[in-house]
Design a protein around this ligand. Structure first.
Ligand code: NAD
Ligand code: UDP
Length: 355
């Protein structure tokens, strides 16, 4: 038990980061949350602001940060394809410069450092389910590459800092995770379908909906983070963290319509370029090394997430805009080349980078 240990969470005002901050405070840590609010929001951590062991810093991880910490969780990075393709160069910088800055901080302070990597390092996988020793099939020049290759380079940096400087690293490869506090306009499939269903608007399936994903509820994932961080010194990862239950996107749409009692029709839109056809984690390593496996089935997790969005959408003021306060009527389009485009996404001051 690491009692009252200062832990830094980058991306702490995001979906996963906010749950992690909450969990670390509950476990007795002092927590420093760093975020530039690109996709996160103060709303996500509003309930923590008065906590005596919680501190918040507005900062972009592409710039160096000097703090004294014992643990670092590096989560800063937009995770939704819509968000990370909005400013792909900044996505690469966040992944690469952000990793270098946080690894430098870990090297100086001797902190253990966790990297939120992703199943996207496997690209459109030829091996199924995906094991950690599969090296992946990523298109290095496509619209997803800023994220996929950025995360792959971050993993490289983590392992090089470990080999070269002895930095104590933990690398988790996270598979699709969902839950309350996802941004309603985030563009990811679970939040999209739930928001569309609750509003009786068309459910947008990309492609024919036969592509698969494995959906992990946020509480299960955070438990995996904490276990990985507390594991013995030789457990560096990479470790897959995800729920091995595999569903077609079409099945997910049907479940959401059914569970919300929605009148939404299902509409089919073009499949984005390089959209992986199937994805499912092999979690043998997490189970053996961390004694971890998810416990929340999709139906149960969806129920909690639907209840959250139902409450959020029916409350008087809902900020559906992304980036917050800067977008006029953002509309997601898939371009002819299959990349995403947010029409109207230019900031009111013309700034491309909402930091
Ligand atoms: P999110 O977009 O809700 O959170 C990301 C947070 O990082 C936001 O608060 C954002 O403002 C912040 N951020 C972005 N760029 C930053 C920068 N340059 N400096 C400081 N802060 C910055 O996404 P999430 O789902 O919470 O994802 C968190 C992490 O987990 C990301 O690294 C993501 O790649 C990884 N991950 C998530 C999933 C998932 O399914 N949720 C899957 C795989 C990997
Ligand atoms: N998707 C969809 N409709 C949507 C949003 C996403 O059919 O409104 C599909 C998307 O094409 C992908 C899957 O759902 O096949 C998961 O997409 P998401 O953006 O959540 O994450 P990804 O796993 O692609 O990073």
């Amino acid at each position: 038990m690491h009692d009252r240990k200062p832990a830094l969470v980058t991306g702490g005002a995001g979906f996963l980061g906010s749950f992690l901050c909450e969990r670390l405070l509950k476990d007795g840590h002092d927590v420093i949350c760093v975020d530039n609010y690109f996709t996160g929001s103060r709303d996500n951590i509003h309930h923590l602001l008065d906590h005596p062991r919680f501190e918040l810093i507005r900062h972009d991880v592409t710039f160096p940060l000097y703090l004294e910490v014992d643990e670092i969780y590096n989560l800063a990075c937009p995770a939704s394809p819509v968000h990370y393709q909005y400013d792909p160069v900044q996505t690469v910088k966040t992944n690469v410069h952000g990793a270098i800055n946080m690894l430098g901080l870990a090297k100086r302070t001797g902190a253990r450092i966790f990297q939120a990597s992703t199943s996207e390092v496997y690209g459109d996988p030829a091996v199924h389910p995906q094991t950690e020793d599969y090296r992946g099939s990523v298109n290095p020049t496509g619209p997803r590459a800023c994220y996929d290759e950025g995360k792959r380079c971050a993993e490289t940096l983590f392992f090089d800092y470990h080999r070269q400087y002895g930095v104590d690293i933990r690398v988790a490869r996270i598979f699709n995770t969902y839950g309350p506090r996802m941004h309603p306009n985030d563009g990811r499939v679970v939040s999209n379908f739930i928001v569309q269903a609750l509003r009786n608007e068309p459910i947008t399936i990309f492609g024919d909906g036969s592509q698969t994903r494995s959906f992990c509820y946020v509480d299960d994932l955070i438990e995996g983070f904490v276990r990985l961080m507390a594991a013995p010194d030789d457990v560096t990862g990479p470790v897959n963290l995800g729920n091995p239950g595999e569903f077609e996107v079409r099945q997910l749409a049907e479940m959401v319509v059914d569970m919300t009692g929605s009148r939404s029709p299902i509409v089919y839109k073009p499949l984005p370029v390089d959209d992986p056809t199937r994805r499912r984690p092999d979690i043998t390593r997490a189970s053996q090394q961390l004694g971890w496996q998810p416990t929340v089935p999709l139906h149960e997790g969806l129920g909690k997430t639907i209840a959250y969005f139902d409450q959020k959408l029916s409350s008087t003021v809902v900020d559906m805009q992304w980036p917050a306060g800067r977008v006029r009527e953002p509309v997601l389009s898939i371009m002819g080349n299959g990349s995403y485009m947010l029409r109207g996404a230019m900031g009111v001051d013309g700034a491309r980078r909402p930091t």
